[in-house]
Design a protein around this ligand. Structure first.
Ligand SMILES: Nc1nc2c(ncn2[C@@H]2O[C@H](COP(=O)(O)OP(=O)(O)OP(=O)(O)O)[C@@H](O)[C@H]2O)c(=O)[nH]1
Length: 342
């Protein structure tokens, strides 16, 4: 439970808001019933129950996006309703609700909710003792909203930037190994649910060290970027390329097997041979290919592709080797040879 609170920011805000609502609104609900103000007491009770319901929904389903949205709407509309019933003292509740909305939904939606709530409050002219009080309230509420927006917008940008830094390889712009682990797990779960076939291609540039040694790291970097561009141009949009490390890449291909996979690999190798160049001439790559087997773990899948790549390197480079788990018939290659013509 504590781990979920630590790792899920929105869930922690929903829980904090729920706990604050329980502690902060309950005494007011009781007091209003005791004072005979049943309308205000009922509104407080409804807000309390709704917040508790949303909090329970968020914990059970993990859907904090929807829960956050509902909670932000409940908080803002609840504050307006309370002010409409109890008058001036109810105004103060809107301030925390305006700020909280920015923690629960996107800055744009929170701003919209803020403006609607402030406009609704201002429209309830009876709540205010004077015009000066009304405009003071409107101005201060707008200042609170604008400040909260600026803060939330900046935080969102920083979060996106951090996410980018943590998941994207800065040289080539493709996803890094960390993202790959997540995507492979998703692919495994999807394959189990839907039965869709997934192929994994591990590829490694041949004699890349020579390129670096002879022409410098700058030229090596250009070769890496060219390789990524070439693969992305030669594969489908749904295929995903990851930088596994150094000059090694992983290509995840959904929905291909058998003859289709053989054709994809033939095509890729053909294009690489034709177009991959460095100042000293052509550049080749070796490929290890594995199809995800039924019930197979991601680790075993990766290991089979890696073993196939190792075999491609050991048997001369510039070739494609299918993992031996893939039958020759599926791969549309001759029986007894797991590799395509090198
Ligand atoms: N330019 C550049 N080189 C890199 C980068 N990352 C790793 N390398 C280099 O890639 C080379 C990999 O060398 P090796 O592992 O010996 O592989 P190889 O020379 O391609 O040999 P084989 O794979 O056996 O064909 C090393 O020289 C690394 O310095 C990078 O981001 N940029």
């Amino acid at each position: 439970m504590l781990k979920r609170l630590r790792t899920d920011f929105r869930l922690s805000i929903i829980t904090l808001l729920g706990a604050s609502a329980l502690l902060g609104i309950t005494p007011f609900a009781i007091m209003r019933f005791l004072q005979g103000n049943f309308v205000a007491g009922s509104i407080d009770t409804s807000i309390l129950l709704s917040i508790c319901g949303v909090m329970a929904y968020a914990w059970i389903t993990g859907d904090t996006r929807r829960s956050g949205m509902v909670l932000a709407v409940i908080a803002c509309s609840g504050a307006v309703a309370v002010a409409a019933v109890v008058g001036e003292v109810g105004l103060f509740w809107l301030y925390p609700c305006l700020v909280t909305a920015f923690f629960l939904v996107s800055p744009r939606i929170a701003t919209f909710l803020n403006l609607v709530s402030i406009a609704a409050m201002t429209a309830l002219g009876d709540v205010f003792q004077s015009d000066v009080q009304m405009w003071t309230f409107t101005a201060t509420a707008l200042v609170v909203s604008a400040t909260a927006f600026a803060f939330a917008h900046r935080t969102d940008n920083q979060r996106e930037r951090l996410e980018h830094l943590a998941t994207i390889d800065p040289l080539t712009g493709v996803k890094n190994r960390r993202s790959m682990d997540e995507e492979l797990n998703l692919a495994g779960a999807h394959a189990e649910r839907s039965g869709l076939s997934y192929a994994l291609v591990m590829l490694d540039i041949d004699h890349f060290k020579k390129v670096n040694d002879e022409y410098g790291h700058g030229v090596g970097d250009v070769v890496l970027v060219d390789l990524v561009t070439l693969i992305q141009q030669s594969t489908r949009k749904s295929d995903q390329l990851f930088r596994y490390g150094g000059e090694e890449f992983v290509l995840l291909l959904p929905g291909v097997d058998g003859a289709g996979l053989t054709a994809v690999m033939n095509n890729l190798q053909h294009i690489m041979r034709k177009k991959m160049r460095h100042p000293g001439g052509a550049i080749s790559a070796s490929f290890g290919v594995a199809l995800l087997g039924p019930g197979e773990s991601i680790e075993s899948w990766l290991e089979r592709a890696d073993t196939a790549l190792y075999e491609a390197k050991e048997t001369g480079r510039d070739r494609v080797v299918f993992s031996d788990n893939m039958s020759a018939a599926d791969a549309d290659v001759s029986v007894g040879s797991p590799e395509l013509a090198g």
